[in-house]
Design a protein around this ligand. Structure first.
Ligand SMILES: NC(=O)C1=CN([C@@H]2O[C@H](COP(=O)(O)OP(=O)(O)OC[C@H]3O[C@@H](n4cnc5c(N)ncnc54)[C@H](O)[C@@H]3O)[C@@H](O)[C@H]2O)C=CC1
Ligand SMILES: CC(C)CC(=O)C(=O)O
Ligand SMILES: [Mg+2]
Length: 351
């Protein structure tokens, strides 16, 4: 019997709500395919702080390292906003987890579901045929630089080494080779030195992939191109902060923040899987959160960390069926609660 083994980190806000829905779906997958399900739930972020622990408790990190497969909800929220530096959930738990596990490649897909095209706030012709993936660098850049306050004000340092740019570029080009063979690299090389290094390095890596078309765009213009000619993109390669911002924008093409999953990977099967959204304090505790991004993240965990393609595909088919049938939360125009959507998908997987 194969066992689905992972670390479950519900975190804060809607994290535990969408997490519970994903666990229900994973239970259904385990039953349907005759697998064991072995996961431990650990504290992270504000939930850990409230329990009197560090934002990333040692036991949490140790278990993540041991299983090498992590399903995370979200961390942070207004309750912990008064905290400073590494005492904050975001800086003290999520970022070190990504950095210490060397999860440098964050993959975020944008392929609007047919059932949602008329729901999105853009015209149908802007959305039909859209199918791109953002390859976001995740362990470098401004989020990880020296930061602080001094007598002049405040500062956040942005650094990238050539090796950091090269390895994420290789991931993007390798992915493009399995798709439509186009990489769009997004930077701000008209102003930033890190972006100049980024562009030079991407050009060097591109020389090793003669079949792949390479396009460069500046990030400010990219925010416009993404809404006006999204069909032109295949793999979008970008640094940490630009990828963070551009993928929230991509959620507009997909109909909601609640439908885009992500995988954070490096080498081998190690991976952390999480929705692109945050803890959504404005809707937390109300059963309104859309669990699809979390459920799809669980599917990616099965596929990328455990090689369970069939099981992942079963979840993805159930999500598509839920959307086709209108079994959705309010953000997508439906009337179901978070757990009702999770249960609907779990029962679809079970049949
Ligand atoms: N990976 C993580 O743990 C992340 C954590 N955060 C943290 O989350 C907190 C809230 O940040 P925000 O800027 O409000 O971003 P957010 O992504 O939590 O929410 C932005 C908007 O999208 C909506 N939304 C998000 N997820 C949704 C879902 N599953 N279903 C329906 N609607 C959804 C929210 O209601 C809100 O209106 C902050 O403390 C932030 O630092 C933010 C992003 C990622
Ligand atoms: C703490 C943030 C960097 C998390 C975030 O917004 C993200 O990874 O999308
Ligand atoms: Mg973000």
């Amino acid at each position: 019997m194969t066992t689905i083994t992972f670390t479950y980190l519900p975190g804060d806000g809607i994290g535990p709500e969408v997490g519970q829905a994903a666990i229900a779906v994973l239970n259904a997958v385990a039953n349907k395919f005759g697998h064991g399900l072995d996961f431990e739930e650990h504290l992270i972020g504000g939930a850990a702080i409230d329990a009197g622990l560090k934002p990333l408790p040692d036991a949490t990190y140790a278990h993540c390292k041991a299983t090498g497969a992590i399903l995370l909800g979200a961390v942070g929220g207004p309750k912990w906003d008064h905290l400073k530096g590494a005492d904050r959930p975001e800086l003290g738990s999520l970022l070190p987890l990504r950095k210490n596990l060397n999860l440098y490649a964050n993959i975020r897909p944008c392929k609007p579901y047919a059932a949602l095209i008329d729901h999105a706030p853009l015209k149908r012709e802007r959305l039909e045929g859209v199918d791109f993936v953002v390859m976001r660098e995740l362990t470098g850049g401004i989020y990880f630089g020296d930061k602080g306050r001094d007598n002049l004000g405040a500062y956040d340092e942005c650094r990238y080494s050539e090796a950091e740019v090269e390895r994420i570029a290789i991931k993007a080009f390798d992915l493009a080779m399995t798709r439509r063979k186009k990489v769009t690299s997004v930077d701000k090389s008209n102003v930033l030195e890190t972006s100049r290094l980024w562009r030079e390095t991407v050009i060097k890596v591109a020389a090793r992939y003669p079949e792949v078309e390479l396009e460069h765009l500046l990030v400010d213009a990219m925010t416009m191109h993404m809404l006006t000619r999204a069909q032109d993109f295949d793999v979008i390669l970008t640094e940490n902060m630009f990828g963070d911002i551009l993928t929230d924008e991509a959620s507009v093409l997909c109909g909601s923040m609640g439908v885009i999953p992500s995988a954070s990977i490096s080498y081998g099967t190690l991976g952390m899987y999480e929705p692109i959204h945050g803890s959504a304090p404005d809707i937390a505790g109300q059963g309104k959160a859309n669990p699809l991004a979390m459920i799809l993240s669980a599917a990616w965990m099965l596929r990328l960390s455990m090689g369970m393609d069939t099981e992942a595909a079963a979840i993805e088919a159930a999500v598509e069926a839920a959307l086709d049938g209108g079994h959705t939360t309010g953000d997508l125009g439906g009337s179901l609660s978070t757990s009702e959507v999770g249960d609907w998908i779990a029962s679809h997987v079970a049949h």
